[in-house]
Design a protein around this ligand. Structure first.
Ligand code: UDX
Length: 437
C-alpha cells in the first residue's frame, strides 16, 4: 500500500475514534499514508504515529444537541471537499475515503469528487447483518414490522427479542434512518465496501448470512492487546495509570473484578449500589471505573473506596487493564469495543447491557461464545446484588468459561497474525482498491 493516501473520517466519541485510530495505525504499518479527520477539539491526546496526520473540522457548534449529525454534515462536507482539493494541489491526493457509521454523507463527498470510499463499521458483523436484513430493498424485514411482543429472525443469529434488536435500528430512534441510508448507498454502488472490526472465526454465521455482492471485509480485532498502545481520547485522561497498575501488580492472578460501562452510559445510583453490595459481599478486590459525569458523586466514590476492597478510578487504559494477569473478570455493558477487548484479553464477562447493540452482544457472549454470562435485570431494569453475586461466582469460578476465553483469545490472535483471516482480508481489500482507484 506504499504511497496510497487514506482519509479516515470519524466522530470524536471514544467508541468511534478508538477503533478508527487503531485502523489508521494498521494502515500506516502496511505502508500507507493516513489522514485522520475528526471534529475540532475532538481529541485531547494526539499520539504521534509515523505516516499519520490529523485534520480537524467544525462540528457546526451542535455537540450534544439533537440536530448534531445534521450540523456536522453541513460543516463537514464543505470542509472535507476543500481538504481533498488542497491535498491534490499539494501532490498528496487522497486515494481512498473511509467513514464512520454516523457519517454516511462522506460517501456523497467521495462520489462527488470521484474518490472510492468504504464504511468502517465499528460494531459487530452481527450488528451489520441486522442492519442489512432489516433495510435491504429486496425482502428486508423492515423495522416497522418488528413486533414489540414477538421475536425477529435474522439469518445467522439466534432469535432476537424486540429488546435485543440494536435499539438504534428501531423506528423510535433517530439513527435508524442513518443506518437505512448506509444500505441504500451499498446497494446503489457495487464498488462500495465495508470494513468491520471483527473476525471470521468469531462471527462466522453472521458473516455467511451477508450475501457476496455486499463487499464486507472483517479486519479485526483492531485492538492488539499491546498494553503500551498509544492512548487516544476525546475527553478522558489516563492520569491514574501508575496508581491502578501498581495496585493490580499487588493482586494475585485472576483475583480482581474489573467494572466499567464504556464511555457514554450513566448508571442509576441504585444500580451502582447493587453492584457495590454484590462485590463486597463476595469479597473480591475490584477496580471500578466511575466516570466523572459532573454528578457530584465524590461522597459515593469515597464510601465505595473506604468500605470495599477496591480501587475506583475516573478512567483507565482499558486495554492495559484487561491484559493484566490480576484481572479475573469484566463486569461490562457489552459495548462492542469492550466486548472485543475482553476477547483479546481472554477475560470472562458479566454482561449488564443497557441499550444500543449491548443486549445482542451480551446474548452472543452467553449463548453463542460461552465466554461469560448475562445478568438478569429486575422489573425496574436493575441487576440486583444477588444476581450480581450469582454471575460473579460463575465467571470467577474458572472451568469451562475460562477455557472458552483462552480459545477465543487464541482465535483472535490467529486472525490478525500473518496469513490469518483478518490479515488476508486487509490485503484483499488493498487489492480491490488498486482495481477501483
Ligand atoms: C458505544 C455504544 O454504547 C456501544 O454499545 C457500541 O457498541 C459502540 O458505541 P461505548 O458505550 O463507549 O460505545 O462502549 P465501547 O464500545 O465498549 O467503547 C468504549 C471504549 O472506551 C473502549 O474502547 C474502552 O477501551 C474505552 N475505555 C472505556 C477506556 O479506555 N477506559 C475506560 O475507563 C472506559
Amino acid at each position: 500500500m506504499n504511497n496510497y493516501h487514506f482519509l479516515l473520517v470519524s466522530l470524536p466519541h471514544q467508541s468511534h475514534i478508538n477503533p478508527t485510530f487503531r485502523l489508521a495505525t494498521k494502515l500506516t504499518r502496511a505502508g500507507a499514508r493516513v489522514t485522520l479527520a475528526t471534529t475540532i477539539n475532538g481529541l485531547k491526546t494526539l499520539p504521534s504515529v509515523p505516516g499519520l496526520s490529523y485534520h480537524f473540522f467544525s462540528d457546526g457548534g451542535a455537540a450534544g444537541k439533537p440536530n448534531y449529525l445534521q450540523k456536522i454534515k453541513l460543516a463537514g462536507s464543505s470542509n472535507l471537499k476543500e481538504l481533498l482539493v488542497t491535498k491534490a494541489k499539494e501532490g498528496q491526493t487522497v486515494d481512498f475515503l473511509i467513514y464512520g457509521i454516523c457519517l454516511p454523507w462522506v460517501a456523497e463527498v467521495a462520489r462527488e469528487l470521484q474518490v472510492p470510499s468504504a464504511l468502517f463499521f465499528i460494531q459487530s458483523a452481527a450488528s451489520f447483518s441486522v442492519v442489512y436484513h432489516l433495510f435491504k430493498s429486496d425482502g428486508g424485514v423492515g423495522n416497522s414490522n418488528i413486533d414489540p411482543s414477538g421475536t425477529v429472525k435474522i439469518p445467522g443469529l439466534p432469535l432476537l427479542r424486540y429488546s435485543e434488536v440494536p435499539s438504534f435500528l428501531l423506528t423510535t430512534h433517530a439513527l435508524a434512518v442513518v443506518f437505512q441510508e448506509h444500505i441504500e448507498i451499498l446497494e446503489k454502488d457495487p464498488d462500495s465496501f465495508i470494513l468491520i472490526n471483527s473476525f471470521n472465526a468469531l462471527e462466522e454465521d453472521s458473516i455467511e448470512a451477508i450475501p457476496d455482492h455486499i463487499n464486507i471485509y472483517t479486519v479485526g480485532p483492531l485492538v492488539s492487546g499491546d498494553t503500551e498502545e498509544p492512548f487516544v481520547s476525546d475527553t478522558f485522561q489516563d492520569s491514574d495509570r501508575e496508581t491502578y497498575l501498581r495496585w493490580l501488580d499487588s493482586k494475585p492472578e485472576k483475583s480482581v473484578v474489573y467494572v466499567s460501562f464504556g464511555s457514554l452510559l450513566k448508571l442509576q445510583r441504585k444500580q451502582k449500589e447493587e453492584i457495590f453490595q454484590g462485590l463486597i459481599e463476595l469479597g473480591y478486590p475490584f477496580l471500578w471505573v466511575i466516570r466523572n459525569n459532573g454528578e457530584n458523586d465524590e461522597e459515593e466514590v469515597m464510601r465505595y473506596t473506604a468500605e470495599g476492597g477496591g480501587l475506583i478510578v475516573r478512567w483507565c487504559s482499558q486495554v492495559a487493564v484487561l491484559n493484566h494477569v490480576a484481572i479475573g473478570c469484566f463486569v461490562t455493558h457489552c459495548g462492542w469495543n469492550s466486548t472485543l477487548e475482553s476477547v483479546v484479553g481472554g477475560v470472562p464477562m458479566v454482561g449488564c447491557p443497557q441499550n444500543a447493540d449491548q443486549k445482542m452482544n451480551a446474548k452472543m457472549v452467553e449463548e453463542v461464545w460461552g465466554n461469560g454470562v448475562k445478568a438478569v435485570e429486575d422489573g425496574e431494569g436493575v441487576v440486583g446484588r444477588e444476581e450480581m453475586k450469582r454471575c460473579l461466582a460463575v465467571v470467577m469460578g474458572g472451568g469451562e468459561i475460562n477455557r472458552k476465553c483462552e480459545k477465543l483469545k487464541s482465535m483472535a490472535m490467529e486472525a490478525t497474525a500473518e496469513e490469518g483471516s483478518s490479515h488476508r482480508n486487509l490485503h484483499r481489500f488493498f487489492e480491490t482498491l488498486k482495481r477501483v482507484s
